[in-house]
Design a protein around this ligand. Structure first.
Ligand SMILES: Cc1ncc(COP(=O)(O)O)c(C=O)c1O
Length: 370
């Protein structure tokens, strides 16, 4: 879809893009300044594989302050984005013959990374009726003697669901009973619009001992290109992750890590200003999409995605292609996320673009309904 959108743009078409999972805000100035200063100060050499100490200390503070997660710098490994942190965690925790529970709709990387680690993804669907939050009975029913880990992503890409605390406690109980790892991707943690985010590792020490918390700078601080992610895990796991990473990438780009230190200490109101704007965009796109006949929208409570279904258009790939080719609106078909009949719209774009793009979708839908 992205390649098609670019090809249309190259022919001069005004494509409205809802396809990117990337903040449209610039990286905060103080973070840029810290990165530039590090370059000027000659911080351009190899760094320790798990990350520079000032960054791991800043992450340790952040986890305590924001998430009530207790992790010393020795429990933290900085990687090339949360994607890399997830890849490391899966490779040290699971392997051939293991099963890993992945909730659908899912971020496609989970399924591919589980396979790359040699394990088997077991898909557990989350329904629209349960607001795309996992149902514990279904989780229990999917357990086998080979189940090794569960990947939890809240706030969620692509649905925007924020898992309620009861469900998260339930997942933690299942993990303790069945002796499973919890791999928690909290990359959208700062972008919630009502319910509060709960880090599984904060529940109690027993849960923390089986949890890898993954987060990063990309979404909350508009730093996608900096490639800074991290994991916080029990000491023996962190050591394995660091050793694994040592043979693959070594430490992450030195000066980017100094920028990330500034991000960890950014005044809360800078992130809050972005969250408020995302929330206004969420309200706008939900109201515009809901007004279209046959479109069913679950109100997302976090992240920057909305994931409506289109009645009578179960072939979502075909629908997304038509949106692009006929109306010049780029989206992502739900089947990419294991959820046919849905389309993902990212509202990490301006209100003007949202109004223009959804009005084109509405005109297209009115035309095909006739
Ligand atoms: C759920 C989820 N996790 C992780 C990532 C990747 O983040 P990073 O840029 O830190 O690798 C994304 C990016 O889209 C995402 O949607």
């Amino acid at each position: 879809m992205a390649a098609k959108a670019r090809a249309l743009q190259a022919t001069g078409k005004q494509v409205v893009s809802f396809s990117m999972g990337e903040p449209d805000f610039p990286t905060p100035a103080s973070v840029v300044e810290a990165g530039v200063r590090a370059l000027r100060d000659g911080k351009t050499k190899y760094v320790a594989t798990p990350g520079i100490l000032p960054l791991r200390e800043a992450i340790s503070e952040k986890l305590k302050r924001d998430n009530s997660v207790l992790a010393d710098p020795e429990n933290i490994v900085v990687s090339c984005g949360a994607k890399h942190s997830l890849f490391n965690a899966l490779n040290v925790l699971v392997g051939e013959g293991d099963e890993v529970i992945v909730f659908a709709p899912y971020w496609p990387t989970y399924v591919e990374q589980v396979r790359l680690a040699g394990a088997h993804p077991v898909i557990v669907p989350c329904s629209r009726v349960s607001k795309f939050v996992p149902e514990l009975d279904r989780v229990r029913a999917s357990l086998t003697s080979r189940t090794k880990a569960v990947i939890v992503n809240s706030p969620n890409n692509p649905t925007g669901a924020v898992f309620d605390h009861k469900t998260l406690h339930g997942l933690a109980n299942i993990a303790c009973e069945a002796d499973l790892w919890l791999i928690c991707d909290e990359i959208y943690e700062k972008l919630v619009y009502g319910p509060s985010h709960l880090s599984l590792a904060s529940i109690d020490p027993e849960v923390a001992e089986r949890t890898v918390t993954v987060n990063g700078c990309s979404k909350a601080f508009a730093m996608t290109g900096w490639r800074i992610g991290y994991s916080a895990s029990p000491r023996h796991v962190a050591e394995k992750i660091s050793n694994f990473q040592d043979q693959v990438t070594s430490g992450v780009t030195s000066f980017a890590q100094y920028g990330a230190v500034a991000a960890m200490n950014l005044p809360a109101d800078e992130v809050e200003a972005m969250r408020i704007e995302y929330m206004a965009r969420r309200d706008l796109i939900v109201s515009l999409l809901s007004a279209i006949e046959g479109v069913d929208v679950a109100v997302p409570e976090g992240a920057f995605y909305v994931f409506p279904s289109f009645k009578g258009h179960e072939d979502d790939l075909n629908l997304a292609i038509k949106f692009l080719e006929r109306s010049y609106v780029a989206t992502v078909p739900g089947s990419d996320f294991g959820a046919n009949g849905h389309i993902r719209f990212s509202y990490a774009t301006s209100r003007e673009e949202i109004e223009e793009g959804v009005s084109r979708v509405a005109s297209f839908m009115a035309m095909v309904e006739k």
